[in-house]
Design a protein. Structure first.
Length: 217
């Protein structure tokens, strides 16, 4: 990359907010709330699958005909937002500092996430970072989510920046595929909580967000 970086685009989950441990905690709270036995160590088997599928299996194995996966999913969503808004969740180390540095350098910043708008709002407002973003796009409003590159292509258009001049920060294989599919430079953050992710397609891999320095982009 050279210094004519046109824009810096952030993914959200696993990059700005360390969401996987919160999801695990919220799922466990949901099981406890409904009196369903579940061993936290088994959560790993459900990585990458929907909550609905997991809840259905747990309900079936417990023989609880009085419950539906929808009830558990609704409770989980509400509880997740409560936890996000509680003020006890910290951003991923180094991310807020990077956002402020990019902003101070006059580099347009955007958010391109698969998360729901209500979750995006809770994170942007909770961490006080909304004013720094010129574009915020939730994949839930698009017909196809990552690895489809649409979310990144639309973001570049919104910013009026050539995709080749955009730098993306991602933490999952699907996110990297989306960024590279849009023709962008992609930095991957190896988040220990994001599960085993193949980051090999990224242009650069960092173990810590603080390794990313504006002057070397």
């Amino acid at each position: 990359m050279n210094h004519n970086i046109g824009a810096f685009i952030f993914d959200m989950d696993g990059v700005i907010i360390d969401s996987e441990p919160i999801h695990s905690r919220v799922k466990m709270d949901t099981f406890r709330h409904f009196g369903l036995p579940f061993d936290e160590a088994d959560l790993i088997h459900y990585m990458g699958r929907t909550s609905g599928e997991m809840f259905q299996e747990v309900i079936d194995s417990a023989g609880r005909r009085d419950l539906t996966p929808e009830e558990l999913t609704d409770y989980k969503h509400k509880h997740y937002l409560e936890v996000l808004k509680s003020g006890e969740i910290e951003p991923v180390k180094g991310t807020v500092e990077l956002i402020k540095e990019l902003y101070a350098a006059g580099i347009p910043i955007a958010l391109a996430t698969s998360s729901w708008p209500v979750v995006v709002d809770a994170v942007l407002d909770g961490f006080g970072i909304r004013p720094y973003f010129r574009s915020v796009l939730s994949g839930s409003e698009l017909p196809a989510s990552k690895p489809d590159p649409a979310i990144y292509q639309i973001t570049a258009k919104r910013l009026g920046v050539n995709p080749a001049d955009c730098v993306v920060l991602e933490d999952t294989r699907n996110g990297i595929l989306a960024a590279k599919g849009a023709g962008m430079y992609c930095i991957a953050y190896r988040n220990p909580n994001s599960g085993k992710q193949d980051l090999s397609l990224a242009d650069r891999i960092v173990e810590d967000i603080r390794e990313i320095k504006i002057e070397t982009l």
